[in-house]
Design a protein around this ligand. Sequence first.
Ligand SMILES: [Mn+2]
Length: 349
Amino acid sequence: MEFDPNAAAAHDSGLFGLNCTPEEAGVHVIPVPFEATTSYRRGTASAPAAILPASHQVELYDTEFGNPYEAGICLLPVDQKLSTWNAEACYRAEAILARHGSARDAESDKNLARVNELGHELNQHVYQATRDVLDRGALPIILGGDHSVPFGSIQACAERVPALGLLHFDAHADMRKAYCGFTWSHASILYNVLDQIDGVSRIAQVGIRDLCEEEHNLIRTSEERVHTLFDSEWAAMRRNGAELSSLIRENLATLPEHVYVTFDIDGLDPTLCPNTGTPVPGGLSWHDAMLWLSELSRSGKRVVGMDLVEVAPKQGSAAGFTAGEADGWDAIVAARLLYRMIGCALATR
Ligand SMILES: [Mn+2]
């Protein structure tokens, strides 16, 4: 079908130009614009606001997955308390990050305790929001924000199935314990999942190319709970002309039947996400990522939840952003990736 973005803009302002209520939608996208612990450069809190207009340019017919929009896709409104929490947590976290390496005092201890408390509140909020979507029988998708935000969603999904597998796309292992003292750091999400969510039985990591020795040791000693396909291994396989589809199938086979996909956009080649907070050279090409989603859709697994995090529109371009601007590249890629992820998940359900 021909999709007329002008007509859509005139009549619908919803995600992908759809006019779909939560009651009608089989897919609920939950925006979580929170980025308190982002350590290098900020911007991910603007992602939902930038991805919405960019999504109006996405062709609704998908050559791989057909017409995912027919299931009904809605973007839930941003809960206003998240903006309040984010503003306070960012302010207090910056005071700590600015003193990185210097001795702590009572003031920074107080700030740290409050940032950790707000992170806990956020987890509870995301947990409950995900439960509400699962109770409707719909697919929950968290749209960050930084990579700290989906913890509560993974927890809620893990409670609903006998064993949950995590398919984790990222440049980073995200297994640092309390990075800079922040319990709920964006660099610690996988550490926290391993430590606190027993229902997550296996994790398959893809795109990983930046990690510290402590994280590497954690992977090695995880007794197969974590299976990491390093980006260097992927690149070598591709160079050697290996059958990439079977490599993907081998990796997916390590996961149980029920799968949650956590997708940090920086797992992709940084030319696809130039403004993300902590870009790293290398990474998956667009077609690599599409091949992973395609194989996942045919793997016999069931996708129970997803997130897309660390998308950052170019600084200063979020307000008044319109899709099609040269500045909008990060959001355009994210909107298309989001639609493909939705198509993939629906194909497994
Ligand atoms: Mn990352």
